[in-house]
Design a protein around this ligand. Structure first.
Ligand SMILES: [Zn+2]
Length: 78
């Protein structure tokens, strides 16, 4: 079994802080900047990892609330 926890990570090139691999793409890397190229590679690998995980096991679907859910609420001021 493999367990991977939630990963929150931020990376920014100090020379090109506005470069966003998600919206700009690798073609927007200026002058072959190694830091921007690393960000683009991290983004691509992350995207591929998420796609592999979803292909292995689709995300769990939340249980749908019953249609009469609102009616079952107990009023606080009644
Ligand atoms: Zn850069």
């Amino acid at each position: 079994m493999l367990k991977i926890g939630v990963v929150r990570w931020r990376g920014k090139c100090s020379r090109h802080p506005r470069f966003d691999p998600c919206s700009d793409g690798p073609g927007a890397i200026k002058g072959g900047c190694a830091r921007c190229a690393a960000l683009a590679e991290i983004y691509d690998l992350h995207r591929r990892m998420v796609a592999l995980m979803r292909g292995f096991a689709p995300p769990a679907v939340k249980k749908k609330l019953p249609d009469n859910f609102e009616e079952r609420q107990i009023g606080l001021f009644e």
